[in-house]
Design a protein. Structure first.
Lengths: 136, 136
DNA sequence: CATTCTGTAATTATTTTTATTACAGTACAA
DNA sequence: TTGTACTGTAATAAAAATAATTACAGAATG
């Protein structure tokens, strides 16, 4: 992976799970993670699109899990936040005149994909419920 | 992982392997990767400290592999460039007054470590020789 | 002893990430 | 029916991380 979004997403989902259906505001969530509420709302927006979370607008609004924590695998969370490949990223623009440079991105990508597959298999074994349980 | 250093390191090592003992200059290496020679020299410095590479100073100097490509696992390369944990990083300073915030870093770290172990197992199965062979 | 390299520090530029500001829209509740 | 407390989102600014550049001392060669 590449970014702190995974940590934020998992933190959010854990808080929501612990709240057992009670609506939590982005202000409150941001306070626990200690980041800006707008970032929280952005991440919630992504989690919503992935079906993990539902939110209610307006006064007394907030967010809650949309599905049971048992149904959310950590692989699904990983997947929701990832945008780049695992071990690095292709801002690489190697020299196409070099036999190695010419093909390296292809081979790096194969390697990244293979490796990521293994990582996802691993994350598929754990659910949000497993993770959240640790806080009880 | 987190950075493009893995790609740079592997690219360098592949070039050195393909050169079959001939000394390559940082200028030449940088040309293939299409990055700054100083970055190359820094990465070579790290690879040297890890025993993968040796360099010769002065005129007609350059770098070459210090050990056979078969003895360099991709896990060892990964290890040489990693500085942060796999899935994110602890610039997190969650709210210690929140029961989740209080312990999340510990649990995230456990998760990262477990996951990274799997990733390293996977990378241990492949050597630089395997990777480099693809360019022939 | 001039030349061509490495090694490294220091500085600057670029890119990425995060925080902040701003404000429209929604829902509740007095 | 209107003030209040939320969400949603865009735009901007600040901060942090990465990479490039400049500079130069030191090593080996011829």
């Amino acid at each position: 992976m590449n970014n702190g979004r995974f940590a934020i997403a998992l933190h959010l989902l854990t808080l929501l799970d612990q709240a057992k259906g009670e609506l939590l505001s982005s202000e409150y969530l941001a306070g626990s993670i200690n980041i800006n509420p707008v970032l929280v709302r952005k991440e919630l927006s992504s989690l919503r699109k992935h079906g993990f979370v539902q939110s209610k607008e307006g006064k007394n609004g907030g967010s809650t899990l949309a599905v049971s924590a048992k149904e959310i695998t950590l692989a699904a969370v990983y997947n929701s936040v990832k945008q780049l490949s695992l071990l690095g990223h292709q801002k690489n623009t190697p020299n196409p005149k070099c036999p190695v440079g010419k093909d390296i991105n292809k081979h790096l990508n194969n390697l990244y994909n293979d490796t990521e597959k293994i990582l996802i298999d691993q994350l598929n074994k754990k659910t949000l419920a497993d993770f959240s349980q640790q806080f009880e």
